[in-house]
Design a protein around this ligand. Sequence first.
Ligand code: COA
Length: 465
Amino acid sequence: MEKVIADQEILDSIIKPTSIAVIGASSKPGKIGYNVIENLLASKYEGKIFPINPNASEILGFKVYPTILDVPEPIDAAIMTIPAKLVLGAIEECGQKGVKGIIVITSGFSEVGERDLERQIVEKANSYGMRILGPNIVGVLSNTNKMNASFAPTLPLPGKGALISQSGALLIALDMATFTRKVGFDKLISIGNMSDISFADLINWLDKDEDTTSISLYIEGLKDGRAFMEACRAAKKPIVALKSGVSEHGAAAAASHTGSLAGAANMYKAVFKQAGIVQASDLGNLFDRTLAVSLQPEFRGDNLLIITNGGGVGVLATDAAEKYGIPLKFAPQDVQMELKKYMPEFGSAKNPVDLTGVASAEWYESSVRNSLMHPWVDALTVLYCEVAITHPMDVAMAIKKAVDESGVKNKPVTVSFVGGVESDKAMQWLVENNIPAYATPDAAVNAIAARRGRSVKPHEARERS
Ligand code: COA
Protein backbone atom coordinates (compact mmCIF):
# COMPACT_ATOMS: atom_id res chain seq x y z
CA MET A 1 0.00 0.00 0.00
CA GLU A 2 1.40 3.44 -1.00
CA LYS A 3 2.05 5.47 2.12
CA VAL A 4 1.48 9.17 2.36
CA ILE A 5 3.54 11.21 4.78
CA ALA A 6 1.77 11.34 8.14
CA ASP A 7 0.47 14.83 8.67
CA GLN A 8 1.73 17.18 11.31
CA GLU A 9 -1.38 17.10 13.46
CA ILE A 10 -1.44 13.32 13.75
CA LEU A 11 2.22 13.16 14.71
CA ASP A 12 1.63 16.00 17.20
CA SER A 13 -1.01 13.79 18.77
CA ILE A 14 1.49 10.94 19.12
CA ILE A 15 4.62 12.83 20.15
CA LYS A 16 3.07 15.61 22.20
CA PRO A 17 -0.48 14.50 22.98
CA THR A 18 -2.62 16.49 25.37
CA SER A 19 -4.60 13.39 26.36
CA ILE A 20 -3.67 9.71 26.41
CA ALA A 21 -5.70 6.54 26.83
CA VAL A 22 -3.84 3.40 27.88
CA ILE A 23 -5.76 0.39 26.54
CA GLY A 24 -4.79 -2.53 28.72
CA ALA A 25 -3.84 -0.36 31.72
CA SER A 26 -3.28 -2.66 34.66
CA SER A 27 -3.40 -2.28 38.43
CA LYS A 28 -0.77 -5.02 38.75
CA PRO A 29 2.76 -3.70 39.33
CA GLY A 30 5.24 -5.31 36.96
CA LYS A 31 2.85 -5.43 34.00
CA ILE A 32 3.54 -3.15 31.07
CA GLY A 33 0.03 -1.70 31.34
CA TYR A 34 0.91 -0.63 34.89
CA ASN A 35 4.39 0.66 34.01
CA VAL A 36 3.06 3.02 31.36
CA ILE A 37 0.61 4.71 33.78
CA GLU A 38 3.28 4.79 36.50
CA ASN A 39 5.81 6.36 34.08
CA LEU A 40 3.37 8.99 32.84
CA LEU A 41 2.80 9.95 36.47
CA ALA A 42 6.49 9.87 37.41
CA SER A 43 7.42 12.06 34.44
CA LYS A 44 4.82 14.61 35.62
CA TYR A 45 2.88 14.41 32.37
CA GLU A 46 0.53 17.38 32.34
CA GLY A 47 -2.05 16.04 29.87
CA LYS A 48 -5.02 13.87 30.74
CA ILE A 49 -4.57 10.15 31.37
CA PHE A 50 -7.40 7.68 30.79
CA PRO A 51 -6.68 4.05 31.78
CA ILE A 52 -8.88 1.54 29.91
CA ASN A 53 -9.58 -1.91 31.38
CA PRO A 54 -12.92 -3.74 31.59
CA ASN A 55 -12.02 -5.36 34.92
CA ALA A 56 -10.66 -2.50 37.03
CA SER A 57 -12.14 0.66 38.54
CA GLU A 58 -9.07 2.59 39.65
CA ILE A 59 -5.34 2.49 38.80
CA LEU A 60 -2.79 4.66 40.62
CA GLY A 61 -5.55 7.12 41.55
CA PHE A 62 -7.05 7.37 38.04
CA LYS A 63 -10.62 6.41 37.22
CA VAL A 64 -10.62 3.44 34.82
CA TYR A 65 -13.02 3.20 31.86
CA PRO A 66 -14.20 -0.20 30.55
CA THR A 67 -13.70 0.87 26.91
CA ILE A 68 -12.35 3.93 25.18
CA LEU A 69 -15.87 4.70 24.00
CA ASP A 70 -16.87 5.33 27.64
CA VAL A 71 -14.37 8.19 28.05
CA PRO A 72 -16.36 11.43 28.05
CA GLU A 73 -13.54 13.59 26.63
CA PRO A 74 -11.55 13.74 23.38
CA ILE A 75 -8.36 11.65 23.17
CA ASP A 76 -5.24 12.43 21.15
CA ALA A 77 -3.30 9.17 21.52
CA ALA A 78 -4.16 5.62 22.51
CA ILE A 79 -1.39 3.37 23.78
CA MET A 80 -1.98 -0.35 23.34
CA THR A 81 -0.73 -2.68 26.06
CA ILE A 82 -3.11 -5.55 25.31
CA PRO A 83 -2.17 -8.84 23.59
CA ALA A 84 -1.78 -8.78 19.79
CA LYS A 85 -5.03 -10.62 19.04
CA LEU A 86 -7.05 -7.89 20.83
CA VAL A 87 -5.43 -4.91 19.14
CA LEU A 88 -7.56 -4.89 15.96
CA GLY A 89 -10.81 -4.65 17.94
CA ALA A 90 -9.40 -1.92 20.16
CA ILE A 91 -8.31 0.07 17.09
CA GLU A 92 -11.86 -0.14 15.72
CA GLU A 93 -13.09 1.42 18.99
CA CYS A 94 -10.39 4.10 18.81
CA GLY A 95 -11.59 4.95 15.31
CA GLN A 96 -15.17 5.26 16.51
CA LYS A 97 -13.98 7.45 19.36
CA GLY A 98 -12.07 9.81 17.05
CA VAL A 99 -8.60 9.12 18.47
CA LYS A 100 -5.85 10.60 16.26
CA GLY A 101 -2.76 8.49 16.86
CA ILE A 102 -2.11 4.94 18.03
CA ILE A 103 1.02 3.78 19.83
CA VAL A 104 1.18 -0.02 19.71
CA ILE A 105 3.62 -1.31 22.32
CA THR A 106 2.36 -4.87 21.83
CA SER A 107 4.64 -7.44 20.15
CA GLY A 108 3.50 -10.45 18.12
CA PHE A 109 3.05 -8.98 14.63
CA SER A 110 5.29 -9.12 11.53
CA GLU A 111 8.38 -9.80 13.62
CA VAL A 112 6.93 -13.27 14.34
CA GLY A 113 5.41 -13.72 10.88
CA GLU A 114 1.98 -12.22 11.67
CA ARG A 115 2.14 -9.93 8.66
CA ASP A 116 -1.58 -10.14 7.88
CA LEU A 117 -2.52 -9.07 11.37
CA GLU A 118 -0.11 -6.15 11.14
CA ARG A 119 -1.54 -5.13 7.77
CA GLN A 120 -5.07 -5.35 9.15
CA ILE A 121 -4.40 -3.07 12.10
CA VAL A 122 -2.80 -0.47 9.81
CA GLU A 123 -5.69 -0.65 7.33
CA LYS A 124 -8.20 -0.32 10.14
CA ALA A 125 -6.39 2.65 11.68
CA ASN A 126 -5.88 4.38 8.33
CA SER A 127 -9.54 3.85 7.41
CA TYR A 128 -10.36 6.18 10.32
CA GLY A 129 -7.55 8.63 9.43
CA MET A 130 -5.45 7.39 12.35
CA ARG A 131 -1.76 6.44 12.09
CA ILE A 132 0.15 3.78 14.01
CA LEU A 133 3.55 4.06 15.68
CA GLY A 134 4.87 0.51 16.06
CA PRO A 135 3.86 -2.17 16.78
CA ASN A 136 6.51 -3.86 18.92
CA ILE A 137 7.83 -0.71 20.55
CA VAL A 138 8.79 0.71 23.91
CA GLY A 139 6.87 3.96 23.44
CA VAL A 140 7.61 7.69 23.22
CA LEU A 141 9.59 9.78 25.71
CA SER A 142 9.89 13.56 25.69
CA ASN A 143 11.58 15.78 28.24
CA THR A 144 10.00 18.94 26.85
CA ASN A 145 6.55 17.46 27.18
CA LYS A 146 7.35 15.81 30.50
CA MET A 147 6.05 12.58 29.03
CA ASN A 148 7.33 9.08 29.54
CA ALA A 149 4.68 7.28 27.48
CA SER A 150 6.62 4.03 27.54
CA PHE A 151 7.77 1.19 29.72
CA ALA A 152 11.37 2.49 29.79
CA PRO A 153 12.13 3.25 33.44
CA THR A 154 12.84 6.98 33.15
CA LEU A 155 13.03 10.00 30.88
CA PRO A 156 16.55 10.40 29.47
CA LEU A 157 19.00 12.97 30.73
CA PRO A 158 17.73 16.19 29.13
CA GLY A 159 19.47 17.19 25.90
CA LYS A 160 18.65 18.89 22.62
CA GLY A 161 18.59 16.05 20.11
CA ALA A 162 15.98 13.40 19.38
CA LEU A 163 16.72 9.70 18.93
CA ILE A 164 14.61 7.31 16.87
CA SER A 165 15.44 3.65 17.47
CA GLN A 166 14.29 0.59 15.62
CA SER A 167 15.37 -1.59 18.53
CA GLY A 168 13.30 -1.24 21.68
CA ALA A 169 15.77 -2.88 24.04
CA LEU A 170 18.53 -0.68 22.70
CA LEU A 171 16.38 2.39 23.19
CA ILE A 172 15.98 1.52 26.86
CA ALA A 173 19.70 0.85 27.19
CA LEU A 174 20.59 4.15 25.51
CA ASP A 175 18.04 5.92 27.72
CA MET A 176 19.88 4.67 30.81
CA ALA A 177 23.27 5.35 29.22
CA THR A 178 22.43 9.05 28.80
CA PHE A 179 23.16 9.37 32.54
CA THR A 180 26.54 7.65 32.46
CA ARG A 181 27.67 9.10 29.10
CA LYS A 182 26.34 12.51 30.19
CA VAL A 183 24.85 13.04 26.75
CA GLY A 184 21.15 13.84 26.93
CA PHE A 185 18.25 13.72 24.51
CA ASP A 186 15.04 15.70 24.41
CA LYS A 187 13.07 12.87 22.83
CA LEU A 188 13.39 9.13 22.42
CA ILE A 189 11.03 7.50 19.93
CA SER A 190 10.77 3.75 19.48
CA ILE A 191 9.75 2.89 15.92
CA GLY A 192 9.71 -0.94 16.01
CA ASN A 193 8.13 -2.72 13.05
CA MET A 194 7.41 0.59 11.25
CA SER A 195 4.08 -0.79 10.04
CA ASP A 196 2.80 2.70 9.28
CA ILE A 197 4.76 5.66 10.68
CA SER A 198 8.25 5.53 9.18
CA PHE A 199 11.63 7.11 9.80
CA ALA A 200 10.73 9.57 7.02
CA ASP A 201 7.53 10.66 8.82
CA LEU A 202 9.36 11.22 12.09
CA ILE A 203 12.32 13.00 10.46
CA ASN A 204 9.89 15.39 8.74
CA TRP A 205 8.14 16.07 12.03
CA LEU A 206 11.29 16.45 14.12
CA ASP A 207 12.84 18.76 11.55
CA LYS A 208 10.02 21.21 12.25
CA ASP A 209 9.97 20.67 16.01
CA GLU A 210 11.37 23.70 17.78
CA ASP A 211 12.55 21.66 20.77
CA THR A 212 14.81 19.42 18.64
CA THR A 213 18.18 20.59 17.29
CA SER A 214 19.39 17.30 15.77
CA ILE A 215 18.08 13.86 14.86
CA SER A 216 19.86 10.60 15.73
CA LEU A 217 18.83 7.27 14.25
CA TYR A 218 19.49 3.65 15.10
CA ILE A 219 18.61 1.75 11.91
CA GLU A 220 18.46 -1.99 11.30
CA GLY A 221 16.77 -1.82 7.90
CA LEU A 222 14.65 0.62 5.92
CA LYS A 223 11.28 -0.16 4.39
CA ASP A 224 10.96 2.85 2.14
CA GLY A 225 14.42 3.99 1.11
CA ARG A 226 13.20 6.67 -1.26
CA ALA A 227 10.98 8.44 1.31
CA PHE A 228 13.83 8.16 3.81
CA MET A 229 16.27 9.78 1.39
CA GLU A 230 13.83 12.56 0.56
CA ALA A 231 13.14 13.29 4.22
CA CYS A 232 16.83 13.38 5.07
CA ARG A 233 17.76 15.53 2.11
CA ALA A 234 14.98 17.98 2.90
CA ALA A 235 15.83 18.15 6.61
CA LYS A 236 17.53 21.32 7.75
CA LYS A 237 18.68 19.76 11.01
CA PRO A 238 21.73 17.49 11.21
CA ILE A 239 21.07 13.76 11.18
CA VAL A 240 23.41 11.16 12.69
CA ALA A 241 22.74 7.50 11.94
CA LEU A 242 24.07 4.27 13.31
CA LYS A 243 23.28 1.42 10.94
CA SER A 244 23.82 -2.08 12.22
CA GLY A 245 25.01 -4.85 9.89
CA VAL A 246 27.31 -2.60 7.89
CA SER A 247 30.42 -4.76 8.09
CA GLU A 248 30.94 -7.16 5.22
CA HIS A 249 30.50 -10.12 7.51
CA GLY A 250 27.55 -8.55 9.33
CA ALA A 251 25.84 -7.72 6.05
CA ALA A 252 26.47 -11.25 4.78
CA ALA A 253 25.08 -12.69 8.00
CA ALA A 254 22.00 -10.49 7.73
CA ALA A 255 21.63 -11.33 4.05
CA SER A 256 21.63 -15.04 4.77
CA HIS A 257 18.66 -14.48 7.07
CA THR A 258 16.49 -12.21 5.00
CA GLY A 259 18.21 -11.67 1.68
CA SER A 260 17.09 -8.06 1.82
CA LEU A 261 20.21 -6.64 3.34
CA ALA A 262 22.70 -7.99 0.79
CA GLY A 263 25.15 -5.29 -0.18
CA ALA A 264 23.92 -3.21 2.72
CA ALA A 265 27.31 -1.91 3.80
CA ASN A 266 28.09 -0.08 0.57
CA MET A 267 24.51 0.74 -0.24
CA TYR A 268 23.82 2.42 3.10
CA LYS A 269 27.12 4.25 3.04
CA ALA A 270 26.23 5.69 -0.36
CA VAL A 271 22.67 6.49 0.70
CA PHE A 272 23.86 8.24 3.86
CA LYS A 273 26.41 10.25 1.92
CA GLN A 274 23.91 11.34 -0.69
CA ALA A 275 21.37 12.26 1.95
CA GLY A 276 23.91 14.28 3.93
CA ILE A 277 23.66 11.97 6.94
CA VAL A 278 26.53 11.75 9.40
CA GLN A 279 27.30 8.09 10.01
CA ALA A 280 28.19 6.86 13.48
CA SER A 281 30.59 3.94 13.75
CA ASP A 282 29.27 2.46 17.00
CA LEU A 283 27.10 3.28 20.00
CA GLY A 284 29.77 5.38 21.72
CA ASN A 285 30.32 7.31 18.51
CA LEU A 286 26.55 7.82 18.17
CA PHE A 287 26.60 9.63 21.53
CA ASP A 288 29.77 11.58 20.67
CA ARG A 289 28.55 12.72 17.30
CA THR A 290 25.05 13.46 18.60
CA LEU A 291 26.59 15.75 21.20
CA ALA A 292 28.47 17.70 18.53
CA VAL A 293 25.62 17.97 16.05
CA SER A 294 23.03 18.83 18.70
CA LEU A 295 25.13 21.67 20.16
CA GLN A 296 27.37 23.05 17.43
CA PRO A 297 26.89 24.80 14.06
CA GLU A 298 28.00 23.34 10.77
CA PHE A 299 31.71 23.24 9.87
CA ARG A 300 31.76 25.22 6.63
CA GLY A 301 35.13 25.33 4.96
CA ASP A 302 38.33 23.34 5.37
CA ASN A 303 40.38 25.03 8.05
CA LEU A 304 40.44 23.35 11.43
CA LEU A 305 42.68 24.99 14.02
CA ILE A 306 43.84 22.96 17.00
CA ILE A 307 44.96 24.73 20.16
CA THR A 308 46.73 22.71 22.86
CA ASN A 309 49.00 22.96 25.89
CA GLY A 310 50.51 19.53 25.18
CA GLY A 311 52.51 18.54 22.11
CA GLY A 312 51.50 14.88 22.47
CA VAL A 313 47.75 15.44 22.36
CA GLY A 314 48.34 17.93 19.55
CA VAL A 315 50.01 15.22 17.46
CA LEU A 316 47.25 12.74 18.28
CA ALA A 317 44.64 15.27 17.15
CA THR A 318 46.62 15.99 13.98
CA ASP A 319 46.64 12.30 13.12
CA ALA A 320 42.92 12.15 13.86
CA ALA A 321 42.24 15.14 11.60
CA GLU A 322 43.86 13.36 8.69
CA LYS A 323 42.02 10.15 9.54
CA TYR A 324 38.66 11.96 9.52
CA GLY A 325 39.30 13.81 6.25
CA ILE A 326 40.36 17.26 7.51
CA PRO A 327 44.14 17.35 7.15
CA LEU A 328 45.56 20.34 9.04
CA LYS A 329 47.11 23.29 7.25
CA PHE A 330 49.53 25.75 8.81
CA ALA A 331 47.74 28.87 9.96
CA PRO A 332 48.47 32.02 7.91
CA GLN A 333 51.13 34.43 9.15
CA ASP A 334 48.72 36.97 10.68
CA VAL A 335 47.02 34.22 12.72
CA GLN A 336 50.42 32.98 13.87
CA MET A 337 51.58 36.50 14.78
CA GLU A 338 48.50 37.02 16.93
CA LEU A 339 48.78 33.65 18.67
CA LYS A 340 52.51 34.13 19.36
CA LYS A 341 51.43 36.77 21.91
CA TYR A 342 49.92 34.05 24.12
CA MET A 343 52.73 31.55 24.36
CA PRO A 344 56.36 31.40 25.41
CA GLU A 345 59.23 31.65 22.92
CA PHE A 346 59.38 27.90 22.67
CA GLY A 347 55.68 27.55 21.74
CA SER A 348 54.42 26.94 18.22
CA ALA A 349 51.76 29.02 16.48
CA LYS A 350 51.55 26.87 13.33
CA ASN A 351 48.81 24.28 13.60
CA PRO A 352 48.42 22.58 16.02
CA VAL A 353 49.01 25.69 18.07
CA ASP A 354 51.05 24.61 21.09
CA LEU A 355 50.68 27.08 23.96
CA THR A 356 52.96 24.66 25.90
CA GLY A 357 52.54 23.27 29.39
CA VAL A 358 52.99 26.71 30.96
CA ALA A 359 49.83 27.99 29.25
CA SER A 360 47.54 29.92 31.57
CA ALA A 361 43.76 30.08 31.43
CA GLU A 362 44.17 33.65 30.15
CA TRP A 363 46.31 32.46 27.22
CA TYR A 364 43.64 29.91 26.36
CA GLU A 365 41.01 32.62 26.51
CA SER A 366 42.89 35.04 24.25
CA SER A 367 43.96 32.44 21.72
CA VAL A 368 40.50 30.88 21.47
CA ARG A 369 38.78 34.27 21.13
CA ASN A 370 41.18 35.61 18.51
CA SER A 371 41.29 32.40 16.49
CA LEU A 372 37.54 32.12 16.31
CA MET A 373 37.25 35.70 15.13
CA HIS A 374 39.79 35.23 12.34
CA PRO A 375 38.19 34.55 8.94
CA TRP A 376 40.73 31.82 8.09
CA VAL A 377 39.57 29.64 10.98
CA ASP A 378 36.47 27.59 10.11
CA ALA A 379 36.42 25.29 13.16
CA LEU A 380 38.31 24.94 16.41
CA THR A 381 39.34 22.01 18.58
CA VAL A 382 40.79 22.97 21.95
CA LEU A 383 42.89 20.42 23.83
CA TYR A 384 44.09 20.56 27.40
CA CYS A 385 46.37 18.26 29.40
CA GLU A 386 45.77 18.54 33.12
CA VAL A 387 49.00 20.13 34.37
CA ALA A 388 49.94 21.44 37.78
CA ILE A 389 49.91 25.13 36.97
CA THR A 390 46.28 25.42 35.80
CA HIS A 391 42.99 24.16 37.16
CA PRO A 392 40.83 22.40 34.53
CA MET A 393 37.73 24.37 35.53
CA ASP A 394 39.56 27.68 35.01
CA VAL A 395 40.55 26.57 31.52
CA ALA A 396 36.98 25.39 30.79
CA MET A 397 35.57 28.73 31.92
CA ALA A 398 38.17 30.60 29.86
CA ILE A 399 37.19 28.64 26.73
CA LYS A 400 33.50 29.30 27.30
CA LYS A 401 34.10 33.00 27.97
CA ALA A 402 36.20 33.30 24.81
CA VAL A 403 33.56 31.57 22.68
CA ASP A 404 30.82 33.82 24.07
CA GLU A 405 32.80 37.03 23.83
CA SER A 406 33.97 36.30 20.28
CA GLY A 407 30.33 36.63 19.22
CA VAL A 408 31.06 33.92 16.62
CA LYS A 409 28.14 31.54 16.33
CA ASN A 410 28.75 29.93 12.95
CA LYS A 411 31.94 27.96 13.65
CA PRO A 412 31.95 24.69 15.58
CA VAL A 413 34.13 24.19 18.65
CA THR A 414 34.96 20.89 20.33
CA VAL A 415 37.17 20.28 23.34
CA SER A 416 39.16 17.44 24.85
CA PHE A 417 40.61 17.49 28.36
CA VAL A 418 42.97 14.67 29.24
CA GLY A 419 43.35 14.25 32.97
CA GLY A 420 41.62 13.09 36.11
CA VAL A 421 38.48 13.80 38.10
CA GLU A 422 38.81 17.59 37.85
CA SER A 423 39.14 17.37 34.08
CA ASP A 424 35.99 15.25 33.95
CA LYS A 425 34.11 17.82 36.01
CA ALA A 426 35.32 20.64 33.80
CA MET A 427 34.26 18.77 30.67
CA GLN A 428 30.83 18.11 32.15
CA TRP A 429 30.52 21.83 32.86
CA LEU A 430 31.46 22.60 29.25
CA VAL A 431 28.80 20.19 27.95
CA GLU A 432 26.21 21.80 30.22
CA ASN A 433 27.26 25.07 28.64
CA ASN A 434 26.77 23.75 25.11
CA ILE A 435 30.42 23.05 24.26
CA PRO A 436 30.97 19.35 23.40
CA ALA A 437 33.90 17.94 25.37
CA TYR A 438 35.51 14.51 25.05
CA ALA A 439 37.98 12.38 26.94
CA THR A 440 40.29 11.90 23.94
CA PRO A 441 41.64 14.22 21.21
CA ASP A 442 40.54 11.65 18.62
CA ALA A 443 36.92 11.88 19.80
CA ALA A 444 37.00 15.70 19.77
CA VAL A 445 38.29 15.76 16.19
CA ASN A 446 35.88 13.01 15.13
CA ALA A 447 33.05 15.12 16.58
CA ILE A 448 34.08 18.23 14.69
CA ALA A 449 34.32 16.13 11.53
CA ALA A 450 30.69 15.12 12.16
CA ARG A 451 29.66 18.74 11.70
CA ARG A 452 31.21 18.65 8.29
CA GLY A 453 29.48 15.59 6.91
CA ARG A 454 26.32 17.42 6.13
CA SER A 455 27.70 20.06 3.82
CA VAL A 456 26.44 18.19 0.76
CA LYS A 457 22.81 18.90 1.58
CA PRO A 458 21.10 20.45 -1.43
CA HIS A 459 19.35 23.27 0.42
CA GLU A 460 22.63 24.24 2.08
CA ALA A 461 24.40 24.28 -1.25
CA ARG A 462 21.70 26.67 -2.40
CA GLU A 463 22.15 28.85 0.69
CA ARG A 464 25.90 29.04 0.11
CA SER A 465 25.71 30.00 -3.54
N1 COA B 1 -9.35 -3.30 26.67
C1 COA B 1 -8.67 -2.91 27.76
N2 COA B 1 -8.00 -3.74 28.57
C2 COA B 1 -8.02 -5.05 28.26
C3 COA B 1 -8.71 -5.54 27.14
C4 COA B 1 -9.39 -4.60 26.32
N3 COA B 1 -10.07 -4.96 25.23
N4 COA B 1 -8.56 -6.86 27.10
C5 COA B 1 -7.78 -7.21 28.14
N5 COA B 1 -7.48 -6.10 28.85
C6 COA B 1 -6.65 -5.98 30.03
C7 COA B 1 -6.37 -7.29 30.72
O1 COA B 1 -7.46 -7.66 31.56
C8 COA B 1 -5.12 -6.97 31.50
O2 COA B 1 -5.46 -6.25 32.68
P1 COA B 1 -5.14 -6.85 34.15
O3 COA B 1 -3.66 -6.77 34.34
O4 COA B 1 -5.88 -5.93 35.04
O5 COA B 1 -5.63 -8.25 34.16
C9 COA B 1 -4.39 -5.99 30.58
O6 COA B 1 -5.36 -5.56 29.63
C10 COA B 1 -3.24 -6.62 29.82
O7 COA B 1 -3.68 -7.82 29.22
P2 COA B 1 -2.94 -9.21 29.49
O8 COA B 1 -3.70 -10.27 28.79
O9 COA B 1 -2.71 -9.41 30.95
O10 COA B 1 -1.61 -8.99 28.73
P3 COA B 1 -0.13 -8.89 29.28
O11 COA B 1 0.03 -7.69 30.15
O12 COA B 1 0.33 -10.17 29.81
O13 COA B 1 0.65 -8.65 27.90
C11 COA B 1 1.55 -7.13 26.36
C12 COA B 1 0.30 -7.59 27.05
C13 COA B 1 1.20 -6.01 25.40
C14 COA B 1 2.53 -6.57 27.38
C15 COA B 1 2.22 -8.34 25.61
O14 COA B 1 1.28 -8.89 24.75
C16 COA B 1 3.39 -7.94 24.79
O15 COA B 1 3.27 -7.64 23.61
N6 COA B 1 4.58 -7.91 25.39
C17 COA B 1 5.82 -7.48 24.74
C18 COA B 1 5.84 -5.96 24.63
C19 COA B 1 7.20 -5.47 24.23
O16 COA B 1 8.21 -5.92 24.75
N7 COA B 1 7.23 -4.46 23.31
C20 COA B 1 8.45 -3.82 22.94
C21 COA B 1 9.34 -4.67 22.14
S1 COA B 1 10.88 -3.85 21.94
